[in-house]
Design a binder for this molecule. Structure first.
Ligand code: DAH
Length: 341
């Protein structure tokens, strides 16, 4: 007998037996069904077992395995019918799936905010407590706000089309109206100062874009937090205090801040700020005293007001705190990663 035919016969046998046992309405009909299927001499199961001898030798292990399963299924159906006919609610209850109310439940997977969004919310919170309100600006900017007003003149290498996402590279105009995806959140400093008289105390958080090749520490889109404080008496010491309080609040513990001399067109003097954490000095971001040229560009009087500004990468902060080693994780949309936050 060919193997497929034999297996088909076993399937039919199970179906018939289950049907017979399930429909047995009293002990007599159950006994009749038992003899028909499980009878030791002439039962159909016994007959099937005999037929197995006619199955090809090489197919016999498969046939035997299926035969054993068949037998088990038929036994189970017979037992269940017996219990059912033994009557009483007890038997019925036993047939129901078991439910143990003391077992822990299956927790639902609830959606949650992206780790960068969570970080942004937390940074807003921290800086809010220091008196900074949140300002917003567009991600599509013009050259005036992204460069010119920030004291980055036309011939400056930072304006190179290869380093920026210009939206109209073919005809860059001379009036600083050419559009690009902003490369820094410093643009919002200009927008705020153009529209508000001093004093100013704002932060701005959002996406910035640079044509970098993605690797563990670079991504063509990332997030920055920008800070700007303008008043009559502001010093580098204030800047350092604010950055320190900021770092302490976000990273926890007693964080130290160090300034290294640096250069940014929009600040004078400029520094790179580092923080000390886990026995290491780690780059925090750029900062400095707002350059008088920037104040002039927005119509402020550099003789009357001074201020500081800073710009930090948000991914880098979040990565440091959570021990994330590859920035690309944030943007793969792999729920196994995202679910951890
Ligand atoms: N805009 C700078 C950047 O993207 C960061 C920065 C440096 C912002 C110094 C500032 C600043 O406000 O004062 O690299």
């Amino acid at each position: 007998m060919a193997l497929p035919d034999f297996l088909k016969q076993l399937d039919d046998l199970v179906a018939d037996a289950v049907q017979a046992f399930d429909s047995a309405s009293d002990s007599e009909s159950l006994e009749a069904a038992r003899i028909e299927f499980l009878g030791a001499k002439k039962g159909r199961l016994k007959a099937a077992q005999k037929q197995m001898g006619g199955v090809d030798k090489s197919d016999r292990p498969v046939a035997g395995k299926r035969f054993n399963e068949t037998k088990k299924q038929i036994d189970v159906a017979f037992k269940a019918a017996g219990e059912r006919l033994a009557g009483g609610t007890q038997a019925v209850a036993k047939a129901e799936p078991q439910f143990d109310p003391t077992l822990p439940g299956t927790s639902l997977r609830i959606g949650r905010l992206h780790p960068i969004t969570q970080t942004i919310e937390e940074l807003k919170d921290i800086m809010g407590r220091l008196g900074f309100s949140v300002a917003d600006g567009p991600e599509i900017e013009d050259e005036w706000h992204n460069f010119e007003a920030l004291n980055i003149p036309r011939e400056h290498p930072a304006r190179d089309p290869l380093d920026n996402f210009y939206l109209t590279t073919a005809q860059r105009t001379a009036d600083d109206k050419t559009l690009l995806l902003r490369s820094q959140t410093s643009t919002v400093q200009i927008r705020v100062m153009e529209n508000t008289p001093p004093p100013v105390r704002i932060i701005s958080l959002g996406r910035v874009y640079r044509p970098d090749t993605a690797d563990a520490t670079h991504y063509p889109m990332f997030h920055q937090i920008e800070g700007l404080l303008i008043d009559t008496h502001v010093t580098m010491a204030d800047l350092k205090s604010v950055l320190r309080l900021f770092a302490v609040s976000y990273l926890g513990g007693d964080v130290h801040i160090r300034f290294r001399p640096s250069f940014f067109p929009f600040t004078e003097p400029s520094v790179e700020a580092d923080y000390h954490w886990d026995d290491q000095w780690i780059e925090f971001g750029g900062a400095g005293m707002v350059d008088p040229n920037v104040l002039r560009a927005v119509g402020y009087d550099p003789e009357a007001v001074v201020g500081f500004a800073f710009g930090l990468g948000i991914e880098r902060l979040c990565m440091r705190r959570h021990g994330i080693t590859d920035i690309r994780e944030f943007y793969k949309n792999d729920v196994r990663f995202l679910h951890q936050f």
